[in-house]
Design a protein around this ligand. Structure first.
Ligand SMILES: N[C@@H](CCC(=O)N[C@@H](CS)C(=O)NCC(=O)O)C(=O)O
Length: 209
């Protein structure tokens, strides 16, 4: 049975792919694994049956047979380990690729969430320095580390802070140009929201988007 990924029925970002299901669907697209979607509303995410799957009442949730996972980082790592295509062959390169994945969710993403511009500028300068003129962190080969780093940096792409770094801007653009990313971004068009509030009677301000 194909994996099932939960996605917002009415994505508050209007379908721009900034929610954390995109990284999961991108990973599945990269490895060529077909999947199904479960559309959830904010209210449904508060129901006991959903909270048994995701104790914080958030998305994404990933279900594959008897396995249920939450936390987008854990899900993407599982996909990379379960299906070929996102982890390099050599053990050292594999570990480095996973290290970059953690750097994205554990160092860069919290820094973005902190809202501290000075702190973020410093981290991004350091990140750009390590990337150098390489296309990806492991050189020519795209890996799960890049998938997660691009996913985390994407929401900054129109901000002055990312515009300061040609390298990181190119890096994000290269990620977004990948066919697998485009498939993840453009599917499923049916969930796109054209106007209006995100969900029934629950206020969006109270949620992590
Ligand atoms: N650390 C979690 C964060 C999940 C998260 O913040 N999900 C957001 C959508 S991107 C959400 O469900 N927000 C609704 C809420 O917090 O109620 C992950 O990476 O999966």
């Amino acid at each position: 049975m194909n994996p099932v990924v939960s996605v917002f029925r009415h994505p508050p970002d209007g379908g721009r792919g900034y929610h954390r299901d995109t990284r999961v669907r991108w990973a599945l697209e990269e490895v060529g694994q077909p999947y199904s979607l479960r559309y959830v509303t904010f209210s449904e995410m508060r129901r006991p049956d959903y909270m048994q799957l995701q104790p914080f009442g958030q998305m994404p949730v990933y279900q594959e047979g008897d396995l249920t996972l939450f936390e987008s980082g854990a899900i993407v790592l599982h996909i990379a380990q379960r299906f070929a295509g996102l982890l390099p062959g050599g053990p050292d390169a594999r570990s480095r690729s996973i290290m970059w994945m953690f750097a994205a969710v554990n160092t860069i993403e919290p820094c973005i969430a902190s809202g501290s511009v000075g702190y973020l500028e410093q981290r991004l300068q350091q990140l750009a320095l390590v990337l150098g003129e390489k296309t990806w962190f492991e050189g020519e080969d795209f890996s799960v580390g890049d998938l997660m780093m691009v996913s985390v940096l994407r929401p900054l792409k129109d901000s002055d802070i990312l515009k300061q770094s040609r390298r990181l801007q190119n890096y994000v653009a290269c990620g977004e140009e990948r066919e697998a990313f485009q498939r993840a971004l453009n599917a499923p068009p049916s969930v796109r929201r054209t106007s209006g509030r995100s969900d029934e009677n629950l206020s969006v301000e109270n949620f992590a988007l």
